[in-house]
Design a protein around this ligand. Sequence first.
Ligand code: B12
Ligand code: SF4
Length: 537
Amino acid sequence: MTDLEPADVLLINPPWLSKSQNIWHGIKGAMPSLGLLSIAAYLEKQGVSVRVLDIHVEKLSANETREVIRHVRPKVVGITVMTATAVPSYKIARLAKEADENILVVMGGVHAEALPEECLINSSVDLVVRGDGELTMYRIVSEFLNGRCPRGISGISYRDGNKVVHSPPGDVIADLNELPFPAYHLAPMHKYYPAIGAYRRLPAINMLMTRGCPGKCIFCNSAMTKLRTRDAEPVVEEIIYLKKRYGIREIQFYDDTFTIFKQNVFKFCELLLKRNVDVTWTAFVRTDCISHDLAKAMKAAGCHQMLFGVESGDEQILANVRKPIDREKTIWAHNIVREVGIELRSAFIFGNNGETMQTMQNTLDFAIELDPDISIFNVCTPYPGTQLFKWAKMHGYLKHEDWTEYEISTFLMNLPTLDSNQLKEFYSYAYQRFYRRPIAIWRRLKKISSFSQIADLFHAFCFIMLRHKFGARDVVRQDWAYDKKEDFFDFRISDDVETRLTYELHYEPLRSHPIVPVPAPPSVATSPAVVADSLTP
Ligand code: B12
Ligand code: SF4
């Protein structure tokens, strides 16, 4: 189990239960939740005692989790919730109340923010935090530890009688430099490992330079989130700290679009070289947010892989999903990155709004034409909180809301333009078609530089080609796997308008349209400086 000492606050990362047919099942990694570690660091800085429990990487069962909670004796438990982890998160809330009914259970994270009402139908959940958690969680904890009811705080949702009340939006942390480094010392750092195909050296860990994205992609929870960056200096300081304290040799930047503040990235690269920081790293980038100079600087500073979200090879589909980057630009971006010697990992989505067999074929052809080192094909998933979710729900296209299936490998919509079985077959076929090409196999073999990569490659090959999984990556205790979200819905809330924050659907139905356009999302203010610095090459 774990040997966590007692503390006032326990922050919990739930287990990741991917279904066996999910491509991620065979290749996924385990990385700390930077959201939780950032909240933990902020609370510690204010003098609050905190522990972090990562059920996923510790491979704990539900009973063990309850025991750890009992042992830590927290007054407040915080759980981070993504859609795919919503059901185990509801269970953790209940386990916390079983351990001690006086514990205040708080949920936050992307799913809780999108569906606070749903979280609060579970009577074990007391509060939901919407948006950045550091300040809000501190306010909640200090009120609660001082015996006050933490309700007059912005950025939270809670039950009042049979209604859910949403306080006004909380403060967005405008200057990320004010935050302390994530509390890595509270995480089991030696137990984390990266996804197959996404690293060159070990040990590797994840980091963030920015938060938010000015993009408007309809399938993405990051669309229109407030964009902010840390300065390059503290980011380099954090890397040096991670190297010294944990021997970290590789960083995976999980920023939505790492290169969005170009000048800052140039500075970051310059500093890494100037301070002689020997580290390799990877980053997610948009194909319209890269230039030749920038790619060269990144390569020189140790970047060895870029992930491009290409999404589709069909321009109408790109327009439908509101990521209208033209094919020429994407080809150009692939070429310059390849030219400077950075490995390319490109991601594509099948099953978008308006998708047909032909548009999927266009996407696969485009993937082969771009010929990145690694292609990732995902199935379009309507996540709560996105434009796509609202659209699919409104048109009756959503098959179900079993969140355990919301893991980008199952087709969850009945689109008028595409048959589910055809998509399923095409999804499998795309992997086979892309990776059975001799050039793709040869390139992967050439890249092997360590024994762990041979083992990883073997696992990935067996999983993708033979649908057979070897090894102990992803050993999650099965007692998490049998619950349904309804098992935890034990509270009736009134369905009046005040209560509903997320299910309000503003859009007029569109009927019998072969390529279904999606109504424009409400505009958000992004700073002009950001747009100027980012969405142009
Ligand atoms: C890193 C990452 C991962 C990592 C690690 C996840 C982790 N442990 O953090 C890995 C690779 C494991 C991963 C996997 C998946 N991911 Co992911 N991932 C991300 C990514 C790129 C960054 C997360 C991050 O560090 N954010 C920065 C931190 C600071 O923000 P944050 O986590 O939201 O936390 C802040 C607030 O939300 C809040 N908060 C969060 N938790 C809590 C808890 C409490 C108590 C409180 C008070 C506040 C609070 O406070 C935090 C600090 O301000 C996000 C995109 C994004 N920009 O967030 C996608 C994202 C979270 N992932 C997504 C998806 C779809 C997945 C997968 C389903 C994909 C798949 N391969 O199958 C899996 C599911 C994993 C699972 N556990 O079941 C979607 C989630 C959509 C949804 N509605 O759930 C996102 C939003 C991508 C997107 N833009 O659409 N992911
Ligand atoms: S650019 Fe990427 S992170 Fe930003 S909204 Fe689109 S898909 Fe999401």
